[in-house]
Design a protein around this ligand. Structure first.
Ligand code: HEM
Length: 233
């Protein structure tokens, strides 16, 4: 399925399922990335009714180690497709902006940069100081969107200055959240961990149900596709 079709299908799904009036918790839709052949469980945020664009503003996908439904995984391979190439987009791996690990991506000179952030309050999140790393696998930048696939090691448990938490993949569900802004970052050309974001124009939360499509026997092979990052740090 081409990405447009995928986005539309998922957009419709998410429109139905993410509205508070239909508070259900959908399992993701399978999507295989053509460049890497990695299969993800994906969730797309529906296009806003006020927006002229019919495209989803953000799709997040993940794949987890093969035993993640039995034993809590500590890492994931994440897929992020965002319609904000001039700004940034991000995912909270704990379902809220505060007290959860935030994975943020943005484009600088046609390169996708990544930064892990953490905050205990609703203010610019600073760089995460805990033990987690993001390694790029593949990225793609176009005029109206960008895509990035990363291995996020130790990203499913977090601890910083006495605040801690974790995702429990063995529970079969994860609290997730997203945010994005098309406003330019301050310091995008420097170290990604020091770049300053303008507050998001769009954000939201959802509960992702994990099923067999979210775990993969090939997970370790896919982790082997990671390459050197270029975060300008
Ligand atoms: C200058 C930077 C930022 C400011 C001032 C800020 C502020 C806020 C505020 C006030 C809220 C509460 C809901 C609202 O009234 O809109 C919120 C929600 C949220 N923010 Fe941020 N934010 C910033 C950056 C970020 C970043 C980099 C992320 C990365 C993922 C993020 C993720 C979220 C999410 C997922 C929510 C919704 C869930 C929740 O309420 O916890 N924010 N933000």
């Amino acid at each position: 399925m081409g990405f447009t079709n995928l986005a539309l299908t998922l957009g419709l799904l998410a429109t139905t399922l993410s509205s508070p009036a239909h508070a259900q918790n959908p399992t993701g839709t399978l999507y295989t990335d053509k460049a890497t052949n990695i299969t993800f469980s994906t969730w797309s945020i529906p296009a806003s009714q006020s927006s002229e664009s019919q495209a989803s503003p953000l799709t997040f996908g993940l794949t987890l180690p093969s035993k993640a439904l039995e034993t809590d995984a500590t890492d994931l391979i994440g897929y992020l497709h965002c319609s904000s190439p001039t700004g940034w987009c991000g995912i909270s791996l704990g379902g809220s902006m505060t007290d959860a690990l935030l994975l943020v991506a943005f484009v600088d000179s046609n390169t996708v940069k990544h930064t892990l952030r953490y905050t205990t309050e609703y203010a610019l999140p600073a760089a995460y100081t805990g033990n987690a790393t993001v390694s790029p696998i593949h990225s793609d930048v176009s005029e109206d969107s960008f895509t990035t696939i990363v291995h996020c090691k130790d990203c499913l448990h977090w601890e910083q200055k006495g605040s801690s938490g974790r995702a429990s993949t063995s529970s079969g569900q994860m609290d997730l959240a997203y945010a994005l802004s098309s406003e330019k970052l301050v310091g995008a050309a420097g170290c990604a961990d020091e770049a300053r974001f303008v507050r998001h124009s769009q954000q939201g939360t959802w509960i992702a149900f994990l099923d067999e499509g979210a775990v993969a026997e090939s997970y370790r092979d896919w982790v082997g596709l990671t390459r050197e990052g270029n975060n300008g740090c």
